[in-house]
Design a protein around this ligand. Structure first.
Ligand SMILES: Nc1ncnc2c1ncn2[C@@H]1O[C@H](COP(=O)(O)OP(=O)(O)OP(=O)(O)O)[C@@H](O)[C@H]1O
Ligand SMILES: Nc1nc2c(c(=O)[nH]1)N=C(CO)CN2
Ligand SMILES: [Mg+2]
Length: 240
């Protein structure tokens, strides 16, 4: 995503949620350093090879997730690259499917994320101002990590191990990542937005589906808005 265009979304989002831009910078620097000095950075060419020129299946963790996994099985779409948002990987794992790429800010089902990663999923770890402790504790436990951040000035800051692909929530960031690596088309499942969330999205809720809090609902509104923006640049199909 063009960083000038992202900055317009970013400024509005940061102001709306009252998130700290300084903490976002700190988080991006910390993740950059962890990846610089560790030995678990993924080869970005591997990500490009998975996505470039392909119809990519992308999953959020909304209430339709299981129905849509059944659909991609039935329609024999499992040979396409699969990119999933955070806890959506647990639903795939339950079906015996290991996603190619998981995009996460590390607030989902950690055991499922670690298991998928062990079995081959590349993890795109996202640094923001409210997950610094998780970045520090969990990133070193992962292999094949791509670093991402949300600060528009990451290039000027010469951060070498984090990329701002564009996008805000894990789900819409999957889509921006696929566009960044020149996917041909995006096929979306589990992207319900709205007011209802699943246990895959919020491990702490006991029900399978529950009404999200106002912050979550607002995050989903931005996710929808950002995917709408992206649909002017790349073909996007929603599974029904
Ligand atoms: N109804 C839905 N409920 C949950 N996730 C949804 C829904 N519709 C679409 N999604 C996408 O699936 C993703 C699931 O990831 P996850 O639940 O970890 O969210 P997140 O981006 O980390 O946000 P939060 O900070 O609220 O946890 C969301 O980011 C969102 O883009
Ligand atoms: N600072 C900050 N940034 C975010 C946050 C958040 O809670 N705080 N949540 C996100 C949702 O995926 C994405 N970005
Ligand atoms: Mg998350």
């Amino acid at each position: 995503m063009d960083m000038k265009e992202w900055k317009i979304f970013y400024d509005k989002i940061m102001d709306d949620f009252k998130f700290s831009k300084d903490m976002d910078i700190e988080s991006a620097i910390i993740l950059d350093k962890i990846l610089e000095y560790g030995d678990n950075k993924a080869d970005i060419n591997k990500v490009n090879k998975i996505i470039h020129g392909n119809d990519v299946i992308i999953f959020g963790a909304g209430p339709s997730i299981k129905k849509h996994i059944d659909l991609i099985k039935k329609e024999k779409l499992l040979n396409h690259p699969i990119v999933v948002a955070d806890g959506a990987c647990k639903a795939f794992l339950e079906e015996g499917i290991i996603p190619d790429i998981i995009v996460s800010d590390l607030d989902g089902h950690l055991d499922a994320l670690l298991e998928c990663n062990k079995k081959g999923s590349i993890v795109v770890v996202h640094a923001h101002g409210d997950n610094i402790k998780k970045i520090i504790a969990i990133t070193p436990k992962l292999k094949n990590v791509v670093g991402s951040c949300q600060i528009p000035q990451y290039k000027e800051m010469r951060l070498k191990n984090v990329i701002n692909f564009g996008g805000f929530t894990d789900g819409d960031r999957c889509c921006f990542l696929a566009h960044y690596f020149n996917a041909k088309k995006l096929i979306l499942g589990g992207m319900d937005f709205g007011r209802y969330i699943t246990n895959y999205s919020r491990p702490e809720i006991e029900e399978e589906v529950a009404e999200g809090d106002e912050i979550k609902i607002k995050k989903l509104e931005y996710a929808k808005q950002l995917i709408n923006y992206l649909s002017k640049k790349i073909e996007i199909k929603y599974l029904k």
